[in-house]
Design a protein around this ligand. Structure first.
Ligand code: GCB
Length: 604
């Protein structure tokens, strides 16, 4: 690292640290499914506001004319209806291309409970949200894929209440992601909204995982909210006969570490234990798996054994109906397709997917690459952009830190090479390591060059900072090479690091046929997969792959009529669930790897 880069890194890091990690919202409450919650999902009223009239006109007051003479130029109760959760683009034809502001309103009735605190929790709102309860502003949130919550104990009323949220999904370079993506900018309240009831003192968050590097010791912490002195908590794993007392400090924080003889979580046996935390007047529990992941040299080890990651990349796009996936049913279809392909690993591109997806991966035994939406270009030198990225990374890790399936945090996808970007991403890597030392850090890199007709070299100064190098390469699709060129190409890659080829692929609408030299045919795509696989298996450091992509998905950049029609067609499945020829090529390879990992690239 040169001096300029180093000082830039330090400056950015200090700036981010001094601005703090706090969003305008309260600290995230962990494990929402395990809490008393009242769903606010369903139909919401929505005012489409392309000129952002609503702020000046105070839509958040949800006003009605009091006399026939009063002028009120909006009315939620006769406005459009949108379902929550759900993006707006796929719900109404006139909103398909809409990017801007929509005001949502939900009226609901609430019965107050003694000694309970109440929070409103949003699974995600893309991109920026301003939240009001009964006309009073609760706060703001930025970032389209991470959850946030606000305490409303003081504002919520007995009986009738209304929540108003302005959601704006205008793209800006300083946002995360920036202005250009190869995926649809689905706006709106895309995930569940609920009220959470907790006791006055409650268990806000906790971490229960195997200690770093250990197969038989559990380490973790618990954090209480609303405490005025030390408290006694008990961490229990009843099935394993574990009952561990924990004493919290004045601030409500308690650390623990204890020996545990547990059946470890793995794709072959995704064992989960019921874990309970009880004390200080609260009790919360959920299913947690225990596993260890680490690298040694160029290999990835799961529970002390080398593992080859048989993966596929996927977007959080709903099969059959299109739009953002948000339900357990959507997630079941997607992850079961990955299982059918023979995967033990999924790359959840290019942003945090919904929490149900990760919990399902825990149950199905799929290892997960989880990613923040630092994608292509963003404002690398803008401290507010870094702070935003850090908040998204923080909240992603906070939401999923107890999920055994998550083995990799990825900080970026295909970002340009320059000093400001390097400093930005190194700040994120440092943060991820501080927040979670137990998982591996990666990023999808895409800067490679031919140093001879037969040699391709990965050249990205970020690589040394990663535990696992992610490589997106499109030989045989973009650029001048033909798929056949893969037969003679040799990769030059970092020696001492595991490599995951995080993308390769090519487009073909399902049912389009021709010879393997003709673009946009299933035969071309299948041939490309054959050649790519044969090339990749020659790479000694190959530790896994997640080709691009499980299913065709909507993209505003894919305009070829009759072929793309606003869809990226690189799916192994069409968006109607049809399997293309390349699906069977990859499935065959994954069967072979499973049965004989040695020949298929690596492992002992
Ligand atoms: C990439 C991107 C991915 C695109 C894909 C493509 O490198 O990471 O988001 O969709 O290529 O299809 O070009």
């Amino acid at each position: 690292m040169n001096r300029l880069t180093k000082s830039l890194l330090i400056a950015i890091y200090l700036c981010a640290a001094s601005t703090g990690m706090l969003a305008a919202s309260a600290n995230l409450i962990a494990n929402i499914p395990g809490r008393t919650h009242i769903s606010l999902d369903g139909t919401w009223r929505a005012i489409i506001d392309p000129y952002e009239t609503g702020m000046g006109a105070r839509f958040y007051e949800n006003a009605k004319p009091k006399t026939p003479r009063d002028l009120v130029e909006y009315d939620f109760d006769t406005s459009a209806i949108l379902n929550v959760p759900g993006d707006w683009n796929s719900q109404r034809a006139e909103l398909f291309f809409y990017e801007g502001s929509i005001w949502y309103k939900k009226s609901f009735s609430y019965h107050k409970r003694d000694h309970a605190r109440v929070f409103v929790y949003f699974g995600a709102a893309n991109y920026k949200a301003l939240i009001y309860l009964n006309g009073q502003k609760l706060g703001e949130h930025e970032g389209g894929f991470t959850p946030f919550n606000f305490e409303v104990t003081g504002q919520i009323r007995e009986g009738d209440n209304f929540l108003v949220v302005e959601v704006n999904d205008q793209r800006k370079l300083e946002n995360v992601p920036g202005t250009v993506t190869d995926f649809w900018n689905y706006g709106g309240l895309t995930r569940d909204v609920s009220l959470i009831e907790v006791p006055e003192t409650f268990i806000e968050d906790y971490w229960v995982q195997l200690a770093k590097g250990s197969l038989n010791e559990v380490e973790g912490w618990v954090k209480l909210n609303g405490v005025s002195g030390p408290q006694q908590i008990v961490a229990e794993i009843p099935e394993a006969g574990i009952k561990q007392p924990v004493t919290t400090d004045d601030k409500g924080y308690g650390h623990f570490r204890f020996p545990a003889n547990l059946t470890l979580w793995s794709p072959e046996n995704p064992k989960l234990y019921q874990v309970m935390l009880t004390g200080a007047g609260d009790s919360v529990g959920e299913q947690i798996g225990f596993r260890n992941v680490e690298t040694r040299g160029s290999r990835i080890f799961l529970n002390g054994k080398p593992v080859f990651l048989r993966g596929i990349s996927l977007h959080e796009e709903a099969p059959f109906r299109g739009g953002r996936a948000f339900s357990e049913e959507d997630d079941q279809i997607l992850l079961n397709w990955a299982k059918e392909l023979g995967c033990n690993f999924v790359r959840l591109a290019h942003y945090p997917h919904n929490e149900k997806m990760i919990r399902l991966a825990d149950r199905l035994g799929l290892m997960v690459w989880s990613e923040v939406p630092i994608y292509w270009e963003t404002a690398w030198e803008n401290p507010a952009t870094l702070k935003n990225a850090q908040e998204q990374l923080h909240d992603l890790i906070a939401r999923d830190h107890n999920r055994a399936s998550v083995v990799l945090w990825s900080v970026a996808n295909e970002t340009p090479i320059n000093a400001a970007r390097l400093a930005f991403l190194q700040a994120l890597i440092a943060q991820a390591r501080t927040l979670d030392s137990t998982r591996l850090i990666t990023a999808a890199l895409n800067h490679y060059e031919h140093t001879s007709p037969n040699t391709v070299v990965l050249s990205d100064p970020l690589a040394p900072s990663l535990d696992v190098v992610g490589l997106n390469e499109y030989l045989g699709w973009y650029g001048s090479e033909r798929p056949e060129d893969c037969d003679h190409l040799q990769w030059s890659l970092p020696n001492e690091k595991p490599l995951i080829v995080s993308e390769f692929g090519g487009g073909a609408p399902f049912g389009s046929h021709g010879d393997s030299d003709t673009r946009w045919t299933e035969e071309y795509q299948a041939n490309l997969y054959e050649r790519q696989i044969n090339m990749l298996r020659r790479i000694p450091t190959l530790a896994g792959m997640s080709p691009w992509v499980l299913m065709d998905f909507h993209s505003p950049r894919r305009l070829l009529p009759g072929v793309q029609d606003y869809r990226n067609r690189k799916g192994l499945f069409s968006d109607q669930g049809e399997r293309k020829q390349a699906f069977y090529v990859l499935q065959r390879f994954y069967r072979e790897v499973k049965e004989a990992p040695r020949q298929a690239g690596k492992t002992d």
